[in-house]
Design a protein around this ligand. Structure first.
Ligand code: FES
Length: 122
């Protein structure tokens, strides 16, 4: 049912945690299940230097967030802003249809964190 990449990122999630004095923080609550995702960003020279996440979500949400962090670290803010939910799911070699809403949390929380970063910069 789950791809090897999903199982890998679920059992060994990358970039879990919190960044103190983050440059941007974003949170998203799933309208489907009520689970939540929080993303912390450290940005230097418009590049995402560090990213961490915390989630009260299921295994698919954990795997999606872990993959999302790997996809955007080292990228520019503009590149990260256009990362889509579909691209996260594709990078995991797909997710079962009932779990696609879980993967949406990852990119949505990332985009919220970027908006927060941009608002903080004024
Ligand atoms: Fe809520 Fe997956 S069931 S995030």
């Amino acid at each position: 049912m789950y791809s090897e990449k999903v199982i890998d990122h679920f059992t060994n999630p990358r970039n879990v945690g919190e960044i103190e004095n983050a440059d941007g923080v974003g949170e998203k609550v799933s309208s489907s299940c009520g689970d939540r995702m929080k993303v912390f960003l450290k940005v230097e020279d418009n590049i995402i230097k560090d990213i961490k996440f915390q989630t009260y979500g299921c295994g698919a949400a954990i795997a999606s967030s872990s993959m999302m962090t790997e996809l955007v670290v080292g990228k520019t803010i503009e590149e990260a802003l256009v990362l889509t939910n579909d691209e996260v799911a594709e990078a995991l070699d797909g997710l079962p249809a009932p779990k696609l809403h879980c993967s949406n949390l990852a990119a949505d929380a990332l985009h919220e964190a970027i908006k927060n970063y941009q608002a903080n910069r004024g």
